[in-house]
Design a binder for this molecule. Sequence first.
Ligand code: IDP
Ligand code: MG
Length: 136
Amino acid sequence: MDRTFIICKPDAVERGLVGEILARFERRSLRITSAELRTIDRATAEQHYGEHVAKPFFEGLVEFITRGPSMLAVIEGPEDTWQVVRTMMGATNPRNAAPGTIRADLGIEFTENLIHGSDSTEAADREIALFFPEMS
Ligand code: IDP
Ligand code: MG
């Protein structure tokens, strides 16, 4: 099986949308093989979003992702799971996301866009190691 990593971000937890989001993956026949509700600490957030350190939205992004609990999960599928999950998430800016995607159906804000999903097999391995070190 092939796995990827997602974060239902603090806005999803605050708005009570974690069940809705995870249910979409389950209905697609993807499996949730690990999950944990956890408030991400600043050091982990800065490492996770390291590629964006120079961007103007970086500080706001770190503030947001650490402000309360997130639901971290490992999702398993037959192959290309990260791609399937990213397609179901929709475009980064929910205003551009296609109807039927999580970001389009459930939100409208750019930073508070409900969900993170790894953007490659390598990113999935790296992020699972960062958030679930006992699994790698
Ligand atoms: P992704 O989450 O679709 O992979 P990235 O470009 O990796 O998108 O950005 C990481 C996160 O940073 C986004 O999900 C969103 O929360 C936030 N973000 C990205 N670009 C912007 C922006 O231009 N303004 C505000 N927030 C942004
Ligand atoms: Mg990204």
